[in-house]
Ligand binder design. Structure first.
Ligand code: AHM
Ligand code: MG
Length: 331
């Protein structure tokens, strides 16, 4: 009988192999448990009438869906119970959540349900997270860490049941839920590398925003789009998931030419700590890269506030480098 390697088994051997602590295992177990419960609520939510809006507007100025609230409460609960996290920063709460002042060893940045517009259609959403470590040797040096300081980042695709995990300096691994809801690693699963071969490259961006991008970006799209397939699911978690395997680029450029200037978003739309950094960190570990509107490395941005936004271009290195060159040119 051939039994699959579970995610927990994989992590245990990874930590032991690298002579690392078991604390990280405990943290990831809590994250995995939260993902399973989010998946359960998401799958059964329509029958329980849980897929609607709460009527509340969050710190981002967006309507909070009931499922956003449920997913956030689940993650906070299991993180708190794990005793491993000092502060968590979540898309759903204005301020960092203090979970464990003395014992916490990690910072957790997360979006409990990315792609909220997909909820009422039961289409894929994602639980995205990033982990940084507190300063163990001296006084804590702040909870807003650069992406380059992350130790891990991951995306659970819900309800698809696929989990992508990037571990610092180790690589990117994919786990699939089996019939028992256990995340297992498929046979012969090598670390994932984002393809550099342009044959199947995909481009992913909200096409209806196209005329609102800078002239540089609009011209770049016009010149290059016919070489790529265009795909957009409306959830970074899902769109990025596709192109990690197929190669290509996801972008959410700055909005600078909106016909109603009040609707411009020169800082971009996506949140640095729990959206852009998650994709950028996974991309880096898979051999890809991520930049902002100025062509600078996303992982080098020093965050100044928990819900800071950024433009994002992430994907296969040769393609991101092409648009980077264009972004750095003078208009
Ligand atoms: P959310 O976290 O509120 O769900 O929003 C983030 C999402 C990303 O996942 C997605 O890529 C983007 O916003 C879609 O935005 P738009 O509707 O402007 O295309
Ligand atoms: Mg989101």
């Amino acid at each position: 009988m051939k039994l699959k390697q579970t995610f927990s088994d994989f992590m245990l051997h990874h930590q032991e192999g690298h002579k690392r602590s078991y604390n990280f295992l405990v943290l990831l177990e809590a994250i995995q448990t939260a993902a399973k419960y989010i998946q359960y609520f998401y799958k059964t939510g329509s029958l329980k009438n849980l897929m609607g809006e709460t009527g509340i507007t969050n710190v981002q100025g967006e309507n909070v869906m009931e499922m956003d609230d449920i997913a956030n409460a689940i993650v906070i609960h299991y993180l708190r119970r794990s005793n491993q996290v000092i502060y968590a920063i979540t898309e759903e709460e204005a301020d960092p959540v203090l979970l464990n002042e003395d014992g916490g060893r990690y910072f957790l940045y997360f979006d409990p349900l990315d792609g909220s517009s997909n909820i009422k259609h039961n289409l894929p959403v994602g639980f995205m997270f990033a982990v940084a470590k507190r300063n163990l040797k001296g006084p804590e040096d702040g909870h807003l860490r650069k992406g380059s300081e992350l130790r891990a980042a991951g995306i659970f695709l819900i309800p698809t049941g696929v989990f992508t995990l990037a571990l610092a300096d180790t690589g990117v691994f994919r786990f699939h839920q089996d019939e028992t809801m256990t995340y297992v690693i498929p046979e012969n699963a090598d670390p994932l590398l984002i393809p550099e071969n342009p044959k199947s490259w995909e481009l992913s961006f909200n096409a209806s925003n196209r005329k609102t991008f800078s002239t540089k970006v609009q011209n770049w799209i016009e010149k290059h789009e016919s070489k790529h397939s265009f795909r957009y699911i409306g959830a970074l978690a899902g769109d990025f998931h596709r192109l990690l395997s197929n190669g290509g680029m996801f972008m959410y450029p700055a909005i600078v030419n909106h016909p109603k200037p009040g609707k411009n978003r020169p800082q971009g739309k996506l949140r640095l700590l729990y959206e852009a950094n998650v994709a950028a960190f996974i991309a880096r570990e898979a051999g890809g890269m991520a930049i902002d509107e100025n062509g600078n490395d996303i992982l080098q941005i020093k965050p100044e506030s928990p819900h800071q936004r950024t433009a994002l271009y992430v994907g296969s290195r040769p393609l991101v480098k092409k648009i980077q060159k264009r972004l750095r040119e003078k208009e």
